[in-house]
Design a protein around this ligand. Structure first.
Ligand SMILES: Nc1ncnc2c1ncn2[C@@H]1O[C@H](COP(=O)(O)OP(=O)(O)OP(=O)(O)O)[C@@H](O)[C@H]1O
Ligand SMILES: [Mg+2]
Length: 369
């Protein structure tokens, strides 16, 4: 009774194995130690183009390219020692003479007496992977070229826009001088000039991006009092309804740096602090010294930044999407700021908690005369 049962099970097992082999997407082949093909599944038929009937009893060299025949000796050697061969990448021949890249896994086959009587071989077509690699490289090259074209376009467009806007500003200023202060026209003109100024600021940011890409951002070093510089910049930002500006530094701190460029970083930090705290709050600016550096930080109580965006916000054109879709910007302020600070040999950093606010800070080396 028992032996009858186990006989059935062995048959079932055999049938199951046969079903697995014949439905496999990988080509599964077996051969004797002399290289004679003993089984050939449907996937092997599809991959190599020969039917099972055609290949049973024939030598495996049928599918080995001439210049790779030596591989068979090596494979048989390994198998005879009872060793497996995994993911061996090579090429094989199809019936219509094509060479296809494949990955081979070979294992010895044992009989009941534990003697090695042949090898089973699983072949996977990897031409798609290889094509993907080539395609990826090609795509990467294309993206590099397109990216370069985009940079050139931005540089050109910015340059072309600059001339008419500069003239427009000049004409508007001449007009302003000739219009009486009282009329409606005067305030209209003032508004025009404000908008033109905004435009030219946007353009000069874009020009800076191009300069950075071309490695042409120049620094003009001088000694100046950074506390006074901050006070001056802050005095140009007037009328805040919702925000309270806090700046307590009084003692002068002399730094050797590019004043205009550091002003630009401060203005970027400061504009962001205001812009990204739409419900208001304190915006605090602090300056302090350490033995070798001067530090400046701008703290706000605004919307903050998600952890996942923090690492990216200093990259070009990057804008963190945190419910700010109504806040305008090009995403270049921090990119330029970072470049300015790095060019000074300094560091720039951000700490932020979503919904709580942010601290943007930079430090530049303190050069003592
Ligand atoms: N103080 C801040 N609080 C919250 N998010 C900020 C703050 N500063 C910057 N960010 C985030 O970092 C992104 C990049 O800032 P960046 O100043 O470079 O660009 P922007 O303000 O969007 O545009 P612009 O080029 O006009 O400055 C912003 O879009 C915003 O998501
Ligand atoms: Mg900004």
């Amino acid at each position: 009774m028992n032996s009858h049962n186990s006989g059935l099970l062995a048959e079932e097992k055999q049938a199951l194995l046969a079903a697995i082999v014949s439905s496999s997407q990988d080509a599964i082949i077996s051969k004797t130690l002399k290289g004679i093909i003993t089984s050939w599944n449907p996937a092997a038929e599809r991959l190599f183009g020969y039917s099972e009937k055609e290949v049973l009893g024939r030598h495996i060299s049928l599918i080995i390219p001439k210049d790779r025949i030596h591989e068979e000796d090596f494979i048989i050697q390994q198998i005879s020692k009872g060793l497996r061969l995994e993911h061996f990448e090579t090429t094989r021949l199809t019936r219509d003479g094509r060479q296809i890249p494949i990955s081979l896994t070979l294992s010895p086959i044992f009989n009941e007496r534990n003697e090695i009587i042949g090898a089973s071989k699983i072949a996977r077509d990897i031409s798609e992977n290889i094509m993907n690699k080539e395609e990826k490289e090609q795509l990467y090259e294309e993206i590099k070229i397109l990216n370069k074209k985009k940079d050139e376009f931005i540089a050109l467009a910015t340059h072309e826009l600059k001339t008419p806007i500069t003239s427009l500003r000049g004409f508007l200023e001449v007009l302003q001088k000739n219009v009486s202060r009282e009329g409606i026209n005067f305030s209209l003109l003032e508004r025009c000039i404000r908008q033109v100024n905004k435009l030219s600021m946007l353009l000069s940011d874009l020009l800076d991006v191009s300069r950075i890409q071309l490695g042409k951002l120049q620094l003009r070093y001088e000694f100046f009092n950074i506390v006074e510089m901050v006070a001056e910049v802050l005095s140009t930002f007037i009328h805040f309804d919702k925000h309270r500006l806090v700046f307590k530094n009084r003692d002068s701190i002399i730094v050797y740096a590019d004043r205009t460029r550091l002003e630009q970083v401060l203005i970027n930090f400061f504009n962001n602090a205001i812009k990204y705290s739409p419900s208001g709050g304190d915006v605090e600016i602090k300056i302090w010294e350490s033995p070798n550096n001067i530090h400046l930080s701008v703290t706000d109580e605004g919307i903050g930044i998600d952890n996942e965006h923090l690492a990216e916000i200093f990259s070009q054109f990057y804008r963190a999407v945190n419910g700010q879709s109504n806040i305008s910007g090009l995403g270049i302020g921090l990119y330029i700021s970072k470049e300015i600070i790095v060019r000074h040999g300094g560091t720039i950093e951000v700490k932020s908690q979503k919904g709580r606010g942010s601290v943007f800070a930079f430090s530049v080396p303190q050069k003592k005369n």
